[in-house]
Write a protein that binds this ligand. Structure first.
Ligand SMILES: Nc1nc2c(ncn2[C@@H]2O[C@H](COP(=O)(O)OP(=O)(O)OP(=O)(O)O)[C@@H](O)[C@H]2O)c(=O)[nH]1
Ligand SMILES: [Zn+2]
Length: 382
């Protein structure tokens, strides 16, 4: 019930060109103070934690206004506070804000501060420019979606797992198209083979009753994102989880593809179960950059074997005393697993190096501009 109401408010605010501060901010602030219990409850609904409150510990928390970034449009963010939904025009100082971020607003609803994140997904920006692009902040759980058919690919799953580990987000493996699969256990076993303590769910993403067990991960204040390769059923799953609001999602997309509307299709949907479901195309094209820890966490057994190699810089190829090669020979380690580990390490090293290069180039360019400016000043001074 709340949901439909909420979206009608969003529609009206995003169409409005007036400044958010025009809306009686004073009465909202007063409301915030007098209804503290209700407010903190509403904030919890949006994923508020003591981790965020601690960051403003020195201030009078009752006088601060907190807002969560619920959607990113080209020129403005859509925010939700404990009491209402509002829009915030994007300015240069907001370059590092992404969906899921928590903001502190001034009394007039203008931007004051972004709070530190619990987790962050970022990627190397597409195209020739080498830059990181923020995808989503403060995600708790990620559904790593794979389909139970010939597209099922463990090495691809390991890649998504490395990304989840790097972002410090809890992975849940969601195996779709269970309705088309005769033996789901074969696949579940393979997942448990690479992540023994993993949470695995099999679903028919097309059927709302089949996705019910997934709401357990979407409880009050929990934020869930979805990633997986093309065609595995991410959109289908999201639509089934959102249920009645699905139509609205596709309307937004339609507008977007025609380039008429300003939305970038990055939205946090509120689920009836109390959680927030992130729908963002960016999660589909994530690359491994600055992901060394994530890869290491995904291949713990190889890391621990490598510690036993005779040489600290062993490449695990033909070096004597290589514990990794011994494990391969003994059948304790699968060759596919080692190859996947090395491929992901290479991918992340390559992307990280190009990012570092870009950063160095930017630094040099800034230095160069400064030296020109200094030179010009000196000339003028003469
Ligand atoms: N039978 C069956 N079909 C499914 C299931 N999940 C998805 N599909 C079908 O698989 C196709 C791809 O599903 P999508 O939801 O578009 O896949 P996606 O992961 O969003 O794909 P991209 O948008 O390319 O990233 C569609 O035709 C769905 O109807 C499932 O659990 N069972
Ligand atoms: Zn070795």
């Amino acid at each position: 019930m709340k949901k439909h109401h909420k979206f009608s408010i969003i529609k009206s605010t995003s169409n409005s060109t007036s400044s958010p501060s025009a809306d009686s901010s004073a009465s909202r602030a007063a409301n915030f103070i007098t209804n503290r219990d209700q407010s903190s409850e509403s904030l919890t609904r949006l994923g508020w934690r003591s981790f965020f409150a601690q960051q403003v510990a020195g201030e009078n928390i009752t006088e601060l206004k907190f807002a969560k970034v619920m959607a990113c449009h080209r020129n403005q963010f859509e925010l939700e506070t404990s009491t209402n939904t509002l829009t915030l025009p994007i300015t240069n100082q907001m370059a590092d804000i992404t969906i899921g971020d928590w903001l502190v607003l001034n009394d007039d609803n203008s931007f004051r501060q972004r709070l530190e994140r619990l987790s962050l997904f970022s990627r190397k920006a597409p195209g020739s420019k080498v830059q990181t692009q923020l995808i989503a902040a403060n995600v708790d759980t990620v559904f790593i979606v794979s389909s139970l058919n010939k597209d099922f690919n463990l090495s691809r799953i390991e890649r998504y797992l490395a990304l989840a580990n790097e972002a410090e987000v809890t992975p849940v493996f969601v195996l779709t198209k269970a309705d088309l699969c005769d033996d789901t256990q074969v696949y579940i076993k393979q997942i448990l083979g690479i992540a023994p303590l993993a949470m695995v769910e099999t679903v028919n993403a097309l059927a709302r009753e089949s996705v019910q067990p997934l709401y357990a991960y979407c409880a009050l204040g929990q934020t869930v994102a979805v990633m997986g390769s093309s065609g595995v059923g991410k959109s289908t799953l999201i639509n089934s989880l959102i249920g009645a609001q699905a139509q609205l999602t596709s309307n937004i997309r339609e507008d977007d593809s025609k380039g008429r509307h300003t939305t970038t299709g990055r939205t946090l949907h509120q689920l009836n179960s109390g959680g927030l479901l992130l729908d963002t195309p960016g999660m589909r094209e994530l690359q491994l950059a600055d992901c060394e820890q994530g890869v290491a966490d995904t291949f713990e057994e190889i890391i621990s074997l490598a510690r036993q190699c005779r040489f600290a810089d062993c490449h695990h190829q033909s070096e004597p005393g290589c514990a990794v090669q011994t494990a391969l020979t003994n059948g304790e380690l699968e060759y596919r697993r080692l190859a996947s580990y090395q491929k992901l390490l290479r991918e992340q090293a390559l992307n990280t190096a190009s990012l570092a290069q870009k950063r160095a180039k930017d630094r040099n360019l800034t230095k160069f501009h400064r030296s020109i400016q200094d030179g010009a000043r000196r000339l003028k001074g003469k």
